[in-house]
Design a protein around this ligand. Sequence first.
Ligand SMILES: [Zn+2]
Length: 164
Amino acid sequence: MTNIVQSPHKTLRMNAQEVKQSEIGGEKLKEIIERMKTALHGEDDGVAIAAPQIDVALRIFVVSKKVLPKSPEDMVFINPVITKLGKKKESMSEGCLSVRWKYGLVKRATTATVKALNEKGNEFVLSGKGLLAQIFQHETDHLNGVLFIDKATNVEDLPPENKK
Ligand SMILES: [Zn+2]
């Protein structure tokens, strides 16, 4: 059972460390990635998770296949860097598995490109728009100790029983 840590847990505020090349493919990292996937799949509304959310201060996030039409599997992003952000920004509704049950509006670029390493240590580049672009920005923020509530406006508390 993997618990997702909740704000104000201190790991959520750390600047996460880069994963060493030599650790990619190793048992320790595989186990961390498995725990991230298990935690993500345990949340009905989960679309992505960053390692600090399971109390591991490493630069890794996982995006659910639910939001990846071209990928049959969840995608793992190790040492991700946003290489391009679209100029156009929109206020997007946002929540977080570590900030239950708040929702707010965050201005995000509508397109974003990320460069990262996969689980085998191979570099790849992926561009996304809309929700995927929003996820790239939200998850990269996690790795820098930033939570969406730092940027959001109109924050509301909407526990599941009150959700419309
Ligand atoms: Zn989050």
